[in-house]
Design a protein around this ligand. Sequence first.
Ligand code: SAM
Ligand code: SF4
Length: 460
Amino acid sequence: MQNQNDIVNEGTILRILEETKKPKAESVFSVLKKAEEKKGLALRDAGILLHAQGAELKEALYRAAGNIKDEIYGERIVFFAPLYVSDFCVNNCLYCNFHTENKGLHRRKLALEEVERQTELLIDMGHKRLLLEFGEDPLHNDIEYVVKVIERIYSVKQAKGNIRRLNVNIAATTVKNYRKLKQAQIGTYQLFQETYHRKTYEALHPCGPKADYQRQLTAHLRAFEAGIDDLGIGVLFGLYDWKFEVLALLQHAQYLDNVLGVGPHTISVPRFCPAPSVSYKPEYAVSDDDFLKLIAILRLAVPYTGMIISTRETPEIRKEAFKIGISQASAASVASPGGYGSSAKDEAQFELHDQRPLAEVIKGVVEDKMLPSFCTACYRRGRTGEAFMELSKPGEIHTFCRSNGLLTFAEYLEDFGNGLYKKGYETIELYLNQIEDEGLRRKTQERLEKIKQGARDLYF
Ligand code: SAM
Ligand code: SF4
């Protein structure tokens, strides 16, 4: 068993960043060649890519990342929405509008009836998977409340469907509490380190339980011990040097893989956004160019880990990011408790830069020849953690995913896709014909017919 202090080693990261500072073009091309094998990259290889400069290398990097994305994830983008449940928080993260010293914020914690109402609104938009968001507050947001919220959401059944997968983003907690989340049947447990740079972390989290860097860093190990094997990690880009953060993310991912036998299920790449009560200005703001570059590098370095982008990013950036690595995206989000169906935007956690309704996001994706997916099959078939990786590494998951993506998109078109119906079914036809296995193609086609006739929730 590796020592927990080895999860992130700043000395190693700084040394690699120094040694890879001015890579020769041939070293960059040789790393890109190695990445084609889809076995991931060593930290040093990633360091070389982080420092690659110039239009030609950038183009080669994006091409390589785009190819890996196509081979492993195909044409699909899986959509979800965040659901903010409570903004009560005892922490004082300097970048967040919910920080405890923000006395001007009219705090809200949703009653279960309100949770139900928000869920209905999300189902009626077309969503099938949600990410639950809570501030950290042992009194207001205790684990029993969190579990009741989860149970209530799963219990909501509408004419146009229900929520089939709930991922959860709550503060680091104990094995005992994670067990309760596991029993409540959550999908992925997500927690971001925010910054892996300890000094910066300590400066930006001055008080409250989140001030403990190690508690945050070891949270996924406790969640795993409690039986949660789909784990999400992430960095809030802008707090510290993005090159450092990328290598630290990779160290964290490698550690989880070595110790737990399964790497992170997802990596999220939130970038700092301005927020109403936040005077903090990110010292290490990440440019659009560097942001896309880091997505491409992560894609090559951990090819089988899903990558998530949010509506913190503009439609233009999201469009580019979809091509070079992102496999999941939030859409039509609001970032405040009770915010769906309301106009109280000043209560949000931060500014959102893609405010398009779901239908418009889906239309854009279809126009770009991609397939929107609302699939929740793996988790419901028990394909999580190691079982998921065993299938995904030889590329088998790709087979299921395409079929399931087609089925969930057909459901969307039948229930919500008025203006998109014809174009949407052209996309379905296009990718149905690309299913190589004849048996699976036939079965998928049969199920598509059943969906047209009113059947729902069919999956492989
Ligand atoms: N309160 C929990 C926590 O901090 O882990 C979970 C949810 S919090 C609502 C989700 C994430 O929002 C945080 O982990 C942080 O990375 C991100 N966030 C906070 N302030 C932000 C800002 N100003 N811009 C972009 N993302 C921000
Ligand atoms: Fe609270 Fe999370 Fe905001 Fe920090 S980021 S103040 S823990 S809600």
